[in-house]
Design a binder for this molecule. Structure first.
Ligand SMILES: Nc1nc2c(ncn2[C@@H]2O[C@H](COP(=O)(O)OP(=O)(O)O)[C@@H](O)[C@H]2O)c(=O)[nH]1
Ligand SMILES: Nc1ncnc2c1ncn2[C@@H]1O[C@H](COP(=O)(O)OP(=O)(O)O)[C@@H](O)[C@H]1O
Length: 207
């Protein structure tokens, strides 16, 4: 069986990448597409659950995992650690399922180096004003945090050209359709199609 594809999605906070990934997952069966659940040392937000949105761990636990080489990639974002568990990803990919990683540019860079067959997608907001509106619309952050996120957004966006694909998330349905198109095209690549249609190809080539 062909390995699944690892899709990296990055965007400045508030651009809509979590919404896009969640909407995508609703249209795809679990045996096709899954999303990786990261480990983080940041505080749990209201409405978040351990093991569903993140695995929330202490700094000591996170550092022990780094020492055990348990992460495929890890980085510090907004003063907290975030990381992707190697074991979980490798296990899912080996069953032919595609995996989505919602990670920042630092993690994307590490994954690209280790797994050149992965695909990376950058999501941009249509404007700075709209990004500001979306961050406020979530109603999760204080003024101080929003100001920090806006400054961080510019730093994150400066890495857009390192990615394979670019989506501008203005109209949500259009952006979702762009995301689905990328996945569909990747699934139609020769390497995967050949493995999937082995029996058909043998029959067509037989005398
Ligand atoms: N490198 C890396 N970044 C991550 C990981 N998980 C989440 N992030 C990034 O960390 C940033 C902050 O995520 P989060 O705390 O959920 O806040 P929000 O996405 O801004 O609502 C985002 O840019 C995420 O893409 C991870 O496992 N590795
Ligand atoms: N295309 C869009 N148009 C308007 N609002 C959007 C769009 N995409 C996402 N949002 C809203 O913007 C906010 C931030 O989206 P979210 O997915 O949490 O961003 P991120 O994961 O990139 O931080 C949410 O309230 C979400 O509903």
């Amino acid at each position: 069986m062909a390995q699944g594809t690892l899709f990296i999605v990055s965007a400045p906070s508030g651009a809509g990448k979590s919404s896009l990934i969640q909407a995508l997952l609703k249209t795809q069966p679990l045996y096709d597409t899954q999303v990786s659940i990261s480990h983080t040392t940041r505080n749990v937000r209201p409405g978040e659950n351990h093991g569903e949105h993140y695995f929330f761990v202490s700094k000591n636990e996170f550092e022990a995992m780094i020492a055990e080489d348990a992460f495929l990639e890890h980085a510090e974002v907004f003063g907290n650690y975030y990381g992707t568990s190697r074991k979980a990803i490798e296990q899912i990919l080996s069953t032919g399922v595609d995996v989505f990683l919602d990670i920042d540019w630092q993690g994307a860079k590490q994954i690209r180096e280790k797994m050149p067959q992965s695909r990376s997608i950058f999501v941009l907001p249509p404007s700075k004003d709209e990004l500001d509106r979306r961050l406020r619309g979530r109603g999760q952050d204080s003024e101080e945090v929003i100001a920090r996120r806006m400054a961080q957004a510019v730093a994150e966006m400066s890495h857009y050209a390192e990615y394979d694909y670019l989506i501008v998330n203005d109209d949500f349905d259009l952006a979702l359709s762009d995301l689905k198109t990328i996945i569909r095209a990747e699934r139609l690549r020769m390497g995967r199609q050949k493995a999937r249609h082995d029996a058909l190809i043998s029959k067509l080539m037989a005398d």
